[in-house]
Design a protein around this ligand. Structure first.
Ligand code: FES
Length: 87
C-alpha cells in the first residue's frame, strides 16, 4: 500500500493493494473525472507534486513517464511511500 496526500485539501489516505487511487479518493468524496479506467484515455490525468508514480497506463509517453509529474490514478500506483497530488 501507499499513501496519497492532496495538496489543496490536505486529505491524507492510504491506498491498499487491490484498490485504485480513484476508488479511494471517491470513498473520501473526491471525484476525479474518469472514462476508460484502464490507463488508455488520459481523462483522469493528475499532476504529481512529490513522490514517484508507478506508471501502469498506456497513455503517457516515455518522456512524460520519466518526468514523474503526472499520472493516471485510475490504474497507476506509487513506487514511493507517498504521492502528493495537485488536488
Ligand atoms: Fe482513462 Fe484513467 S480514466 S486513463
Amino acid at each position: 500500500s501507499f499513501e496519497v496526500r492532496l495538496a489543496r485539501t490536505g486529505l491524507i489516505c492510504q491506498v491498499p493493494a487491490g484498490r485504485t487511487v480513484i476508488e479511494v479518493l471517491a470513498a473520501h468524496g473526491v471525484e476525479v473525472p474518469t472514462s476508460c479506467e484502464a490507463g488508455v484515455c488520459g481523462t483522469c490525468l493528475t499532476r504529481v507534486l512529490e513522490g514517484t508514480p508507478d506508471h501502469r497506463d498506456s497513455f503517457l509517453t516515455d518522456t512524460e513517464r520519466a518526468a514523474n509529474d503526472q499520472f493516471t490514478p485510475c490504474c497507476s500506483r506509487a513506487i514511493s511511500p507517498v504521492l502528493l497530488l495537485d488536488l
